[in-house]
Each structure stands twice: as C-alpha cells, then as structure tokens.
Write a protein that binds this ligand. Sequence first.
Ligand SMILES: Nc1ncnc2c1ncn2[C@@H]1O[C@H](COP(=O)(O)OP(=O)(O)OP(=O)(O)O)[C@@H](O)[C@H]1O
Length: 459
Amino acid sequence: MSEFWSACLSQFERELPAQQFNTWIKSLRFEDADEKPRRLRVLAPNRFILQWVRERYMSKIETLSREFYGEPVNVSLSLCEALKSEPAAEAANDAAAPVPAASLLPISSSRNHIGDPSYDRTRLNADFTFDTLVTGRANDLARAAAQQVAMNPGTSYNPLFVYGGVGLGKTHLIHAIGNAVLMANPKAVVRYSHAEDFVSDVVRAYQQRAFDTFKRLYRNLDLLLIDDIQFFNGKDRTQEEFFYAFNALVEAKKQIIITCDTYPKDIQGLEDRLISRFDWGLTVQIEPPELEMRVAIIKKKAEASRIDISDDVAFLIAKNLRSNVRELEGALNRVLAFAHFHGRDINIEVAKEALKDVIGATNRQLTLDLIQKTVADYYNIKVADMYSHKRTRAIARPRQVAMWLSRELTAHSLPEIGEAFGGRDHTTVLHAYRTIIGLRAKDGVLNNDLLVLTQTLKG
Ligand SMILES: Nc1ncnc2c1ncn2[C@@H]1O[C@H](COP(=O)(O)OP(=O)(O)OP(=O)(O)O)[C@@H](O)[C@H]1O
C-alpha cells in the first residue's frame, strides 16, 4: 500500500468512530495514478459509499494529500469497476448514518461531478435543474426568485440569499440557477463553490502566494454560487477575500447567490459588514415540505430512476420522514434496495418491511388520544376541548395544532382524525392542517410550539 494511503487511513482511524471508519473508509481502494502532475485515484466499492465519501471525506483526503506531498495534488473519486456488481448493502446497513443500503438512484452529489469535463469550470451538477425540483408552498417563493435571477442575472436581486434547514433543497435550487444561466448563455462564466471549497481556495492561494490568480478567478465570474456560507464562521481571511470579491462582482453587475442554514442576522462568526451586504438583495427561505410535496418529491426521484412506485408506497415513505428531503431520498433508496436484493416487486408490504425500524420509531404508541392530551397539557386547556365545538381562539388554535400533528405524525386518514376530534368532517381537518402550515411560516412562536410538541411526541 502506498505510504500516503496508509498515513491517510491511520489519520481517519484516529479521528472517526470505528464503525464509521470500517464502513466508509476501509472499503476504499487507492491508486497512485500519475506523478507529474501528481494524480491520485480513490475507488469506492459502490455508489452509496462513493456519494457518502464524496460529501463528507473527500475534502479531508485532498487536504491530507496536499500536506503529504507538499504540492498540489489532483485526487479523483470513482467507482471501482471490479467491485461495481458486488452488493454492498451490508456495509451500508451497518453505518451509523440516517440513510440506507446501496443506493439505486443516480448519484446526485451537489459538491462535484468528477469525470465530467465541465466540472472544473463550473462545478455544477447537471441533475439539479428547475425541472427536477418539485415546487410547493415550502419553496415556491424561493423558486420564483431563483427563476427571476436566472433570467436576469446581476440585475434583479443581488445577492439572492437562500436559507433553510439541512437537506431542504438549497443546493439543488442554486445549481438550477447555474444550469439555467448556462443554458441561456453557454459562454457565461459560472462557478459553484461550497463554502468549504472557497476556504480551501483561500488557503491554497495563501500557501502558494497566488492571491492574484485567486482574485482573477473569482472576480471574473458572471455568476458566483456560494453554498453553506455558515462555514465561513470565524475564518477572517476568507471573509475578507469574499468581501472584496463580493464588492467587485456586485459593482460589475455580476450575480451572487448564497445559501445558509440560517437567516443572515443569525449567522455565527460572520463580520457585520458582510451580513449587512446580504440585505442589498433578496432573502428567501425554504421550509420543510408538507406531506403532498414530499410525496411528489419521492415520485419524481423514482421517475428519474425510471422506477414506478405506487401512491401508497410514496405516502408511506412521506408520512414517516418529514423534516429533510435527503432522508426522504434515503428511505426511498432503502425500499428500492430492499426490493432489489430480495428480488421482490416494490409494493406496500416490501416498503413496510424495508422501513420497519423507521416506522416503528416514528409511530411508537402514537395515538390520537396521546396527541390530544399532550397538546391540551401544553396549552393548558381541557382535553375535552379537543372534541368540543368551542371556537374561541384559545381553544380553536390548539385544536388545529393537534389536528396538524395527527396528520403529520400518524398514518390516520383525514376522516379518522375528524372522527377523533368530535366527529368533524375531513375538510375541517384539512383546513386546520393548511391553516397551521400557513401560520407557522409567519409566526415564530407557533413554529416553536410545533417543534417542541413534535419532539415531545416522537420521544
Ligand atoms: N423540492 C425538491 N424537489 C426535488 N428534490 C429535492 C427538493 N428538495 C430537496 N431535494 C433533494 O434533496 C437532496 C438534498 O437537497 P440539497 O442538497 O439541495 O439540500 P440543502 O438544503 O443544500 O442541504 P444542506 O443544508 O445539507 O446543504 C438533493 O438530492 C435534492 O435533489
């Protein structure tokens, strides 16, 4: 084994829990491809591991290689041809990861497209387009703003700042802008940089005393996409370089798009002068998708893989995974992998078996009674008010909250929920559900109540 790779393995072994090291790192193969310029190849045994390593460990491997060889190194990550056909469900199943067995879906890592000749230039993922992005209340404003910017880069909202929780489609949305801009104008100079990549670029410029090249690269863009800017936290030199690049680009009417996991003013460790600049343009939020949107996303992902799944399977998955689209995809992958490895059709029984730990954990003894009691306690009203017909706000709102939770957290149908709430019609439940979704976007207190109640009920 090469000296570098054994040093690299030892480093990961020291840093990672044994289970993660064994699952993700140990199964990788390594090839020292070329010496001048130095190129290294890392090979993954299946797509799932490839995607995982690409997202979480590649930048570390790149840093270690630079340190080891003391020169710029090109490290690529690809599937190991010899191992392509081996089922790797076991390894992936052991992982302490929220996502599942071998992935059957196309790789959709947003970080790069190694092997794609356009990767070096734009770093865009061609799969992340407006066409493949499902729209719903959770993201319609963000999508409309993104399309507007894609049509008029540099002149509509600059910067466009997109924020929202983990795995809700921020990266997908900004790649869609990049792809649309390039489609309209193939000569546009577009660059997607995850914030960590931007930091690495600054470090490299620093080490190689190559700030001129760095400046030229970033200031000559037509469109700069910076993902997860919260990673700039405390990195002063990076922030300074970004500040100058930002000013130069905006002044030249070039478009900047930024994503973050929080609202600009809540970002930790970021200079005020940067935060205040984010107000120059438009800030839009992406929220967790509601049930129907989650179903649509699952169906779209399955369709992209030319796999037909029925509505009941899509609903089962969507009902049990609520907060994060990446986990939703993980669950779909898990159902597909399970059916594939057991040679079975994809149906509701297979889906239930494949997801039994997830479903078990979610629905454990979660009855409508328990939801009503918990909500009544929380708002300090009587449980009987859950089925009463009183309409005062102090009672009607908690009742709507309880209906929302019943729909989100259990598999009960709308008529069943209506029945449990004093024999109400299913349209009343639907109205309550939609009212709460609409209100939570504007009302931070209600949003917090929902989070606390959901956590309490899920245990
Ligand atoms: N509305 C949507 N329609 C289709 N796919 C979606 C949608 N939202 C998210 N996804 C998918 O979910 C996965 C995670 O999305 P993405 O990486 O864009 O999330 P993110 O918000 O950038 O997450 P992070 O905070 O971890 O950076 C991607 O595969 C993306 O295609």
